[in-house]
Design a protein around this ligand. Structure first.
Ligand SMILES: *Cc1c(COP(=O)(O)O)cnc(C)c1O
Length: 249
């Protein structure tokens, strides 16, 4: 590479970087417009969901100013986090998690947003404590994933609202875990506004007991505006930034 082409220009000439820059800018404009429409002063934190997309895309996004990424499978997340270990990035785990993966996740995750049962909280507490002894990692930000389904048949994961208080307690008392808030995925086939309004009420109740649990992780590519309207502090956006991915499940 000649000295006439500094790194920034080289990156700008990469068509994938140009595509990601445009798509990221479009999503950021939507977030700004939704924040203004909601009369909110501060924009929610954008988490770019990079599942199924290569580590090279995450590196491109970091060069474009992205600081937070989300992944839903430990194997894929662990590999990318290792590959990109030199970059200043926060990894958010947002998928269903088996307790036996807690040890791996504790090595790279800034947050786990999909805690749905006390046994998982206990496994994470143990894994984080070990990791804190070894590497001094910070406390793990923990979000309770809440199920907003009326119909158990269409389950998209999460704890039933009735189980949240007990789960919150199990996180709050564990050293190494910080109760950060709630997370949800809007049910398919219903207006997201209804779901996110319900989530806002659940968050309010939780904060009544645990004032520190201010986070509301809600909103994906399709419904980020509704999530911002109902107080989301974190948005998890995948396909509108990175493009489509193979469907699974
Ligand atoms: C994949 C995923 C997202 C991102 O969804 P998009 O529709 O691609 O924006 C957000 N949250 C969770 C839990 C996911 O699994």
């Amino acid at each position: 590479m000649s000295e006439d082409f500094p790194a920034a220009e080289g990156a700008a000439g990469d068509p994938r970087t140009a595509e990601l820059r445009d798509r990221l800018a479009a999503v950021r404009r939507r977030i700004s417009a939704a924040t203004r429409a909601a009369g909110r002063g501060e924009e929610p934190q954008l988490i770019v969901v990079s599942k199924f997309h290569p580590a090279a895309d995450v590196a491109r996004l970091v060069a474009l100013g992205v600081t937070d990424v989300g992944e839903n499978r430990d194997q894929e997340a662990a590999a990318k986090a290792a590959e990109l270990a030199g970059l200043a990035l926060r990894w958010h785990f947002i998928g269903q998690l088996q307790s036996n993966k807690a040890k791996s996740v504790a090595k790279y995750a800034f947050s786990v947003q999909s805690i749905d049962r006390p046994q998982l909280a206990e496994a994470l507490a143990k894994a984080v404590a070990r990791q804190q002894d070894e590497s001094g990692r910070p406390d793990l930000h923990c979000y309770i994933q809440v199920s907003l389904e009326d119909d158990a048949g269409a389950h998209r994961g999460g704890a039933a609202p009735a189980d949240i208080e007990r789960l919150a307690e199990s996180i709050a008392i564990a050293s190494g875990l910080r109760l950060a808030g709630v997370m949800a995925v809007a049910p398919l086939g219903a207006p997201p506004e209804e779901a996110f309004e319900k989530l806002a009420a659940i968050s309010r109740d939780l904060r009544g007991v645990h004032p520190e649990a201010v986070g509301i992780s809600a909103g994906m590519s399709q419904d980020l505006e509704a999530a911002v309207q109902f107080g989301a502090t974190h948005l998890r956006i995948g396909s509108d930034i990175l493009g489509s991915r193979p469907r699974v499940g």
